[in-house]
Design a protein around this ligand. Structure first.
Ligand code: FES
Length: 84
């Protein structure tokens, strides 16, 4: 069985103003569509100190900066490929 993947998205105010809410909604829908809800731990995080590069995420310990709606799908496809 594949190991669980942990994803965190920054919910700080700077990442919020850069669109993290849209990214959160996209991720939730993506996990639901691909039946990944029970294979992924997805949670919010406090400011990661990279505010000017947001929205920021950490996936299994790797930080992703500038995770906008236009980039998130490609990131998920690459990072979650082993689960799909
Ligand atoms: S608000 Fe997201 S890194 Fe600071």
């Amino acid at each position: 069985m594949a190991s669980r993947i942990e994803m965190q998205i920054c919910l700080g105010s700077s990442c919020f103003s850069r669109g993290n809410k849209d990214v959160v909604m996209f991720i939730r829908e993506y996990l639901r569509k691909n039946h990944l809800d029970d294979k992924i731990v997805f949670k919010g995080a406090r400011c990661m100190g990279l505010c000017s590069h947001g929205p920021n995420m950490i996936i299994n310990g790797t930080t992703f900066e500038g995770v906008t709606l236009s980039k998130i799908e490609a990131i998920l496809e690459k990072e979650l490929a082993s689960l799909i």
